[in-house]
Design a protein. Structure first.
Length: 88
């Protein structure tokens, strides 16, 4: 569901591109980064750096997690902030 553009007090069925977990996580990260900038806690350049740093931390965690799997597994695949595709 999404707010009705003509009456934001009502909800209408969502119509748009498919929602993905990766897209929602990227949106949440961007909201945090921009929110800190608006509050004056960080510089604008900090948001871009924090996205890259967070992505590297998450990649390391997934790499460590994959090493613990005993069964056949094709790996974790995701699209990086720069648009490149990664499989761990």
């Amino acid at each position: 569901m999404q707010p009705d553009p003509r009456d934001p007090t009502r909800l209408v069925p969502y119509s748009g591109p498919p929602l993905t977990v990766g897209g929602e996580l990227n949106k949440m990260a961007a909201n945090f980064a921009v929110g800190r900038n608006w509050m004056g806690i960080h510089f604008w350049s900090d948001a871009a750096a924090s996205m890259a740093l967070g992505e590297e931390v998450a990649t390391g965690l997934l790499r460590d997690e994959r090493a613990t799997y005993r069964e056949a597994f094709d790996g974790f695949s995701f699209t990086r902030v720069d648009g490149s595709r990664v499989t761990i």
